[in-house]
Ligand binder design. Structure first.
Ligand code: HEM
Length: 495
C-alpha cells in the first residue's frame, strides 16, 4: 500500500510543471529578464502576469519567487525541515571562507549548534535586557558623534553600529579614529558585499572553475577571493584573541564571547563560539545602519511625525533627560514609529534566500531539489490588504484607534522566517529603539537649507541584499542648550 502511494507521488511530481514565469532563452534562461536594480519591485510586478508563485531559470539554476506571505509561512515555517538550507555560493562560501559564518552555513547540526548560542543572550526581550547598560552608553556616544559631525550622518551611524556590535560580541571598546578591529571587520564585510553581487562570478554557476589556479591569466577573481578568505579569518581571530586576553587578565566585560567562553569548552566548542561571535558584525552592523539612516530620512521628510514623537517624549520623560530603555512601554508612538521604519523600506527586501533540499510539490507545481527560494518581503510589507496606503509613512497605523486594530507587526516578516529567522531580532529591535528615542529627544532633524534653498531628500535606496537610503542632505541640531550639555556628558574615546 505504502509503496503504491509513493510511486503515485513520484509519478505526479515528474509531470508537474514549475511555477509560471517569463519565458527564457536556451542555455542562459532568464538571465536577460533578471533585474539588476530594485529586484523586489520587478518581482512584485511579475505577479500581475504570473501570480504569486513564479519561477525563473538562470544558467540552469532555478529560482522560485514567493510573492505572497501565505506561501512563505507554509514553506519556510510548516515545511521548514526542507526549506531551511542556504544556497552554496562557491566563490563567497567556499573559496573566500564565508561558509563558516552563521548566515551562510548550511542547515545541519553545526548550524543548529551555532544558533543555540544566540538563544540565551538574544532569544527573548528579557535576555537582551542584560545588555541595556551597553545600549544606553553606546546610544549616548552616537549622539555625541552626530552632534560633532552633523554633516556626516552615514559615517557616524556606521561607526556607532560597529562600536555597539563589537561591545556586545566581544566586550571591545573602539577608538574613535582608525580602530584596528573596525578596520578588520569592515574590510571583510566590504569583500562580502563584492562577493555576493548576483552574477559577478562565473564559478558560482560553473563550480568546476574553482579549480582554476590563482596564477592563471584571468583568474584575478580567485586571488580576490583568497585574499577575502584571509580577511574573514582575521575578522574572527582578532576579536577572539582580544577577549581571551581580557579574560585571562580578569578585565573582560560581559559579552556574547566572554559569557560563552567562561564555560569549560572543548576546542570544537570554542571554535563554534568564535564563529558565532565573529559573524555578528557582518549580520548585525550593516543592517542596523540601514534602519537608523531610514529613520533619519523619514524624520527629515515628515516633520509633523517627528514633532508628534517629540511631544510624546517631552510629555512622558521631560526635556531635561534622555529616554532610557525602561521608558519603552510608556512611549507607544515612538514604538509605532520604529515599526513604520522597519516596514517602510525594509532593510533586507528579499529576506534570506533558501535552498530546497528535497523535491517538493506545492500549489500544483513541482519545486525541484536545489531550487533557490526567494521571499519577496518588500511586497508583503506593502500589501494593501494588510497596510492602508502602504507607500505612506504613517506610524499611526500601528496604534489602535476606535474600532480599528493595529496593522500587522512588520517585524514578523522583516527579520525572516522559521528556522533561519534572525536570531539577533530582539537585540536589533532594542538597539534601534534606543537610538531613535534618544535622537528624537536630543535633536531637531530637518531639511538642509543651502544658499536660501531648501534641499529635498530624494528618498532613494540602494539595491544590494541590504538596501540603504542613498546619501541625502539633512540638518541635525541639538534641540536646546540644555540638551547639548547633556549630550556632552558622555566621553567619546577609549581611555
Ligand atoms: C535591522 C536589523 C536587522 C535586520 C532587518 C535583520 C534581518 C535578518 C534577516 C532577514 C535574516 C535572514 C532570515 C531568514 O533567512 O529568514 C537575518 C539573519 C541573521 N541575523 Fe539579522 N537582522 C538585523 C540585525 C541583526 C543583529 C543586530 C544581529 C546580531 C546580534 C543579527 C544576526 C543575524 C544572524 C546571525 C543571522 C543568520 C541566521 C541564520 O542564517 O540562521 N541580525 N537577519
Amino acid at each position: 500500500m505504502y509503496m503504491r502511494v509513493r510511486t503515485a507521488n513520484l509519478k505526479r511530481r515528474s509531470t508537474l510543471p514549475l511555477p509560471p514565469g517569463p519565458r527564457g532563452l536556451p542555455i542562459i534562461g532568464n538571465l536577460l529578464d533578471m533585474p539588476t536594480h530594485y529586484q523586489w519591485k520587478t518581482f512584485a510586478r511579475w505577479s500581475e502576469e504570473y501570480g504569486d508563485l513564479i519561477s525563473v531559470k538562470v544558467l540552469g539554476q532555478t529560482y522560485i519567487l514567493l510573492n505572497s506571505l501565505e506561501h512563505v509561512i507554509e514553506l519556510f515555517e510548516r515545511r521548514g525541515a526542507i526549506y531551511s538550507d542556504r544556497p552554496t555560493l562557491t566563490v563567497c562560501g567556499e573559496i573566500a571562507g564565508w561558509g563558516r559564518t552563521t548566515i551562510m552555513s548550511h542547515y545541519d547540526d553545526r548550524l543548529r549548534n551555532l544558533r543555540r548560542l544566540f538563544t540565551p543572550l538574544f532569544g527573548t526581550r528579557k535576555n537582551v535586557e542584560q545588555f541595556v547598560p551597553v545600549l544606553e552608553e553606546q546610544s549616548h556616544r552616537f549622539l555625541l558623534r552626530l552632534k560633532n559631525n552633523p554633516d556626516d550622518l552615514e559615517a557616524q551611524v556606521r561607526k556607532s553600529a560597529g562600536a555597539l556590535i563589537l561591545a556586545i560580541s566581544h566586550g571591545y571598546c573602539i577608538r574613535e579614529e582608525n580602530d584596528h578591529l573596525i578596520t578588520i571587520s569592515r574590510r571583510a564585510n566590504d569583500d562580502f558585499a563584492a562577493l555576493t553581487v548576483p552574477g559577478a562570478f562565473a564559478a558560482d554557476f560553473l563550480p568546476i572553475l574553482k579549480h582554476v589556479p590563482a596564477w592563471f591569466p584571468g583568474a584575478g577573481w580567485k586571488r580576490f577571493a583568497q585574499n577575502a578568505h584571509r580577511n574573514v579569518d582575521a575578522m574572527h581571530d582578532a576579536p577572539h584573541k582580544f577577549v581571551k586576553q581580557q579574560m585571562a587578565a580578569g578585565t573582560a566585560t560581559p559579552s556574547f564571547a566572554s559569557l560563552h567562553l567562561s564555560d569549560c569548552l572543548t576546542p570544537d566548542e570554542e571554535a563554534l563560539v568564535k564563529d558565532a561571535a565573529g559573524s555578528i558584525y557582518g549580520a548585525g552592523s550593516d543592517t542596523t545602519v540601514s534602519a537608523i539612516c531610514s529613520f533619519f530620512l523619514a524624520m527629515t521628510c515628515y516633520p509633523e511625525i517627528q514633532r508628534k514623537a517629540q511631544l510624546e517624549i517631552d510629555t512622558v520623560i521631560g526635556t531635561d533627560s534622555l529616554p532610557n530603555y525602561s521608558d519603552r512601554e510608556r512611549l507607544p508612538y515612538v514604538n509605532a514609529l520604529l515599526l513604520e521604519v522597519v516596514r517602510w523600506n525594509p532593510v533586507v527586501p528579499l529576506g534570506g534566500y533558501r535552498c530546497l533540499t528535497q523535491n517538493d510539490v506545492y500549489g500544483g507545481y513541482a519545486f525541484p531539489k536545489g531550487a533557490y527560494i526567494i521571499p519577496n518581503v518588500w511586497k508583503y510589507l506593502h500589501d494593501p490588504e494588510a497596510y492602508t496606503d502602504p507607500f505612506q509613512f504613517n506610524p499611526g497605523r500601528f496604534l489602535p484607534s476606535g474600532d480599528k486594530k493595529p496593522e500587522k507587526d512588520p517585524r514578523t516578516m522583516a527579520f525572516g522566517f522559521g528556522r533561519r529567522a534572525c536570531p539577533g531580532m530582539k537585540f536589533a529591535d532594542a538597539s534601534i529603539f534606543m537610538t531613535i528615542a534618544r535622537s528624537l529627544a536630543a535633536f531637531e532633524i530637518s531639511k538642509k537649507v543651502e544658499n536660501g534653498q531648501v534641499l529635498q531628500p530624494a528618498q532613494e535606496y540602494t539595491s544590494g541584499i541590504v538596501s540603504h537610503p542613498k546619501l541625502f542632505p539633512l540638518s541635525v541640531k541639538p534641540r536646546s542648550a540644555k540638551m547639548e550639555a547633556l549630550i556632552n556628558t558622555v566621553h567619546s574615546d577609549q581611555p
